[in-house]
Design a protein around this ligand. Structure first.
Ligand SMILES: [Ca+2]
Ligand SMILES: [Ca+2]
Ligand SMILES: [Ca+2]
Ligand SMILES: [Ca+2]
Length: 352
C-alpha cells in the first residue's frame, strides 16, 4: 500500500467517528460499522436455517402459542440503503430476513389470553470457541424482539423425545413420511381434530404456487398454482405457507431432508441462556447504538444497530453458545402482527 493510502486508511475510522458527532461512548461506532479489524461470526439469515422455537422457560402457562412466519422477501435492498457506507466488493445487494409474529388474537378474535411465538437456529460451536463478547443486530421494525442466546432445548413439545419425519430412520424422506412435525397427514389431522372439511387442520402445510400440500379448498389452490410468483414478491401469498413442514419435500431449499426436532445431531434438552429485550422502536433501549439510524427511501422505520453484551448471567464459561432463539410476546388484547426485518446479525469480538 502506498503511503498516502495508508494514511487515509488510518485516519478514516477517526474521521468517521467525528463526522457522526457521537464519539462519546463505546456504543457509538461499532466494529461492524467502522473499519477496525475484528473477528466476526455472521449468523444465518436464510429461511431454511431457522426453525419453530421451543417454548422459552420464562413463558408461563397462561400463554398460548401464536404463529411466526419467516422468509427472505423477494425484493432485495442495496447495502447503501442499510448502512451509511459503501459495500464491500460483491456485497452490494442485501437479502433481508423478515419475521412476522401473529398474536393469537389475530387468528382467534375471541381469545383472551396472551401469546408468544418464535424461531430458533442451531449455530454450531464457532461462537463458543471464538469467545465473542457481543451479538449485534442490524434491523428495523416497531416491535420488541426477545433474543435468547446460549444453550436452548430442541424439544418443541417437551416430551424429551426427538420427533423426526424419518420414521423408518433410513436417512431419506419419502412422500408418505413428509407429514410435518405433528406426525399426521392431512387425512389423519381431519380425524384427530374431527374437522373433515378443513384441508389442513394442523395448519402445518407447505405450499408455494402449486408445489406442496394444498392448505386451501382445492379450487383455491388451482387458482394459486396458475399465478406467477414473481408478480407477488411482497404479497402474503408468497410466504404464507413457506414455513410448513407438511409437504415441504417439494421445497428445493430443504434438499429433500426430513423435518426434525434434533437440529444439532445431539438432541439438546438443556436450557442455559440469557434473554435480551431489544425494542426496535426505542432509541433508549439498552442495546441501541447511538447514531446508527439509516432510512431506506420511503421506509417508515430506520435500520438500527443493537449491540448486546451476551455473557454473564446464565451463561457461564462452560456454557455452549450453540443456539439463538428470537421470539415475540403479545398481551391478551393485541390483534395486529409484529414485524421485524433483519439485514445482518453476527457475533463479534472487537480486535482493537
Ligand atoms: Ca419432542
Ligand atoms: Ca401434518
Ligand atoms: Ca397438514
Ligand atoms: Ca417435511
Amino acid at each position: 500500500m502506498k503511503a498516502p493510502f495508508r494514511i487515509i486508511a488510518i485516519i478514516f475510522p477517526v474521521l468517521f467517528c467525528f463526522l457522526m458527532l457521537a464519539c462519546d461512548d463505546d456504543k457509538t461506532v461499532t466494529p461492524e460499522e467502522a473499519t477496525f479489524p475484528y473477528n466476526q461470526h455472521l449468523v444465518t439469515v436464510k429461511r431454511v436455517n431457522w426453525h419453530p422455537a421451543s417454548k422459552p422457560t420464562q413463558v408461563d402457562g397462561t400463554y398460548r402459542t401464536g404463529k411466526t412466519l419467516w422468509h427472505n422477501p423477494g425484493q432485495r435492498i442495496p447495502f447503501e440503503e442499510i448502512y451509511d457506507r459503501e459495500a464491500q466488493a460483491g456485497k452490494g445487494i442485501v437479502t433481508v430476513f423478515r419475521i412476522i409474529h401473529r398474536p393469537l388474537r389475530y387468528m382467534e378474535p375471541d381469545s383472551s389470553v396472551p401469546s408468544w411465538s418464535g424461531i430458533m437456529a442451531y449455530i454450531g460451536d464457532d461462537v463458543t470457541t471464538t469467545q465473542s463478547d457481543f451479538f449485534e443486530i442490524r434491523a428495523r421494525g416497531g416491535s420488541m424482539l426477545h433474543v435468547d442466546i446460549g444453550d436452548i432445548s430442541e424439544d418443541l413439545d417437551g416430551d424429551k423425545l426427538a420427533v423426526t419425519e424419518d420414521t423408518d430412520m433410513n436417512g431419506t424422506l419419502s412422500e408418505e413420511e413428509d407429514v410435518g412435525l405433528d406426525g399426521m397427514s392431512d387425512a389423519e389431522e381431519k380425524i384427530f381434530y374431527s374437522d373433515p372439511d378443513n384441508p389442513d387442520p394442523s395448519g402445518d402445510n407447505f405450499y408455494f404456487f402449486g408445489e406442496g400440500n394444498c392448505p386451501l379448498a382445492t379450487d383455491s389452490c388451482a387458482v394459486l398454482a396458475d399465478l406467477n410468483y414473481n408478480d407477488f414478491l411482497d404479497d402474503p401469498i408468497y410466504y404464507e405457507w413457506l414455513n410448513g413442514t407438511d409437504g415441504n419435500r417439494e421445497d428445493p431449499a430443504t434438499l429433500g431432508l426430513p423435518d426434525k426436532e434434533n437440529l444439532s445431531g445431539g438432541f439438546n434438552i438443556t436450557n442455559a441462556y440469557n434473554t435480551f429485550e431489544v425494542d426496535l422502536s426505542d432509541t433508549l433501549n439498552d442495546y441501541y447504538v447511538k447514531g446508527s439510524d439509516k432510512y431506506s427511501p420511503g421506509a417508515f422505520y430506520p435500520w438500527r444497530t443493537f449491540r448486546i453484551p451476551f455473557r454473564g448471567g446464565d451463561i457461564e464459561d462452560t456454557t455452549r453458545i450453540n443456539y439463538i432463539r428470537v421470539w415475540f410476546s403479545s398481551d391478551d388484547q393485541q390483534t395486529t402482527p409484529d414485524t421485524a426485518e433483519v439485514a445482518f446479525w453476527y457475533f463479534v469480538k472487537p480486535g482493537y
